[in-house]
Design a protein around this ligand. Sequence first.
Ligand code: ZN
Length: 151
Amino acid sequence: MSIEAMYQDIILDHYHEKHHAGLREPYGAEVHHVNPSCGDEITLRAAIDGDTITDISYEAEGCSISQASVSVMADLLIGRDITDSMALFEEFRTMMEGQGKVPGDEDRLEDGIAFVGVAQFPARVKCAMLGWSALRDALARAGAELSPTAQ
Ligand code: ZN
């Protein structure tokens, strides 16, 4: 099996069985983000306790990439501290803006590295970033202190 096929499988697995999906309480802030170029929509809630993301819950509609990406993100960031979560946001964004030439660090991004192929298609980068951008917005609204580089 080629790497591309393996990555495609990872994305489809998350799409078919989204991790941490559904909207839960308690939460610190809820946001609704849309990606008009593709028709993706997400409602996302973030709960924080001090510097820790205690929950990320969501309802997502749209393409497989946007939905799989938020599933991977929830796996990665629930229970993680906000500073490191924003570092991961930057690592994922750097990979997505690398036009498929910047591989992700599997030890850091785990299933997130599967999206490197998507990065070759500028129109789909917004799909992959939708959930991540919604989370950053929700964290800010929940009162999290985000470093300037993550703004
Ligand atoms: Zn999309």
